[in-house]
Write a protein that binds this ligand. Structure first.
Ligand code: LLP
Length: 387
């Protein structure tokens, strides 16, 4: 993916920064959109994964909608040009201000996560003489078989309305005259790599769908969330599974009637592979037991390895192109932050590396830049783009 010209360009630039390959992003979006269109599925991009303006603009141009989890995300989506009618708002703790702002923007749907939130939304909509469209987020108790920090659909998780609360939920819904119930929503977790998990989700959605219809509720929208994983071990190999195989599972197992819409909220699978964190080696520290490569990027730029023990491939771009003549050394690749957990990878085999070398941390386009922080009073991380 990185040509000698690109590496040359990087070495002229101040580091660290996120590099987005817009060609990869464009190809990914195209294959997702084509596959979704084939089944008449609608995808709302989960902008929590990456809300970089250039990235969002390309996603909007590709025809996807926006899935937001804060009032500011809703506002940013609309300011980028996503249609309010293609914008949904989820989140377990929407504030009154966020709800009011989204009501004023006439978004497509609020994904409501508790009975209390239904009542609050109803009363806020009444004050504005609006009828808010809602989908009920149901916690289906389906195991996503992913890292437990990014599992959201189990009884022990804070997300969604539990199945045992649904009877109360429909009673409340009947009284909420300022709400229009349009569907049911699910999201069971992220970085899901086994497609059979999505089959289990479909079985649960079918059950819930039937439950609502038996009680006289018409379901217009079945929203099955996101969660499709990527292959962090093969950054150049494209998606873990094709979008076609992913959507096919839902086409095959999700019961739906003519005219019903199926919505998805993909984040990671759309943006992970187009982004890399580019950094420089500040120091090389050779110890008795360990060799450390100390970078100018740390957990303030990419926290995933520290928070989820996530693997990201690390490459020395200044050396790989000449790797045949290099010695290989095992390094703990660490950042400059005053925390022992500030480590991108332990015992990473790399060509012998030197101060000033350019390092790429791959597959960092999702939950990278957006989760950066100013801890240690660090500068905000910059971004660069392929031409
Ligand atoms: N919909 C809802 C309601 C969500 O909570 C999420 C992600 C998505 C959609 C998009 O999921 P995706 O397709 O990206 O898996 N920071 C973590 C991931 C947190 C995911 C939060 N919710 C990480 O770096 O792995």
């Amino acid at each position: 993916m990185f040509t000698p010209d690109t590496v040359n360009r990087f070495s002229q630039l101040e580091t660290p920064f996120y590099f987005y390959d817009l060609g990869i992003l464009s190809d990914t979006l195209k294959s997702c959109k084509e596959a979704a269109d084939k089944y008449n599925f609608q995808v709302h991009y989960a902008m929590k994964a990456n809300f970089n303006t250039r990235v969002l603009e390309m996603i909007r141009e590709s025809g996807l909608g926006a899935d937001c989890v804060s009032g500011n995300e809703v506002k940013k989506a609309i300011s980028i040009g996503f249609s309010p009618q293609k914008t949904v708002f989820a989140g377990v703790g929407k504030s009154d201000k966020e709800i009011n702002d989204a009501l004023d923007l006439d978004i497509l749907c609020f994904n409501v996560e508790s009975i209390q939130e239904l009542k609050v939304l109803d009363s806020l909509a009444a004050k504005r003489f609006k009828k808010a469209k809602v989908a009920i987020r149901i916690n289906p108790n389906v195991d996503a078989q992913t890292h437990h920090n990014i599992t959201t659909g189990l009884d022990e998780n804070k997300f969604g309305i539990n199945q045992w609360e649904l009877q109360d939920c429909v009673e409340v819904l009947k009284q909420c005259v300022n709400l229009e119930f349009i569907g049911i929503h699910f999201h069971i977790g992220s970085q899901i790599t086994d497609l059979m998990v999505f089959k289990s989700l479909c079985v649960k959605v079918n059950e819930m769908h039937e439950w609502f219809e038996e009680r006289g509720f018409h379901i217009k929208v079945l929203n099955v969330g996101g969660g499709l994983g990527v292959d962090y071990h093969k950054p150049n190999a494209g998606p873990l599974v094709s979008f076609n195989s992913y959507f096919q599972v839902f086409d095959q197992f999700l019961h739906r009637h003519a005219g019903q819409e199926v919505h998805f909220e993909l984040g990671r699978a759309l943006v992970a592979s187009c982004g890399s964190l580019i950094s420089r080696v500040l120091y090389v520290k050779n110890g008795l037991k360990k060799n450390f490569l100390i970078l100018d990027a740390g957990m303030t730029e990419l926290i995933r390895p520290m928070l989820y023990q996530a693997f990201h491939q690390i490459e020395n771009l200044s050396r790989t192109l000449r790797s045949s003549e290099s010695n290989f050394v095992n390094y703990d690749v660490v950042g400059p932050i005053c925390e022992s957990t500030d480590c991108f990878g332990k015992e990473v085999e790399l060509p012998e590396s030197y101060r000033g070398d350019i390092i790429a941390i791959r597959t960092a386009g999702a939950y990278g830049e957006v989760m950066s922080s100013g801890y240690n009073l660090r500068e905000s991380v910059r971004s660069e783009y392929s031409n």
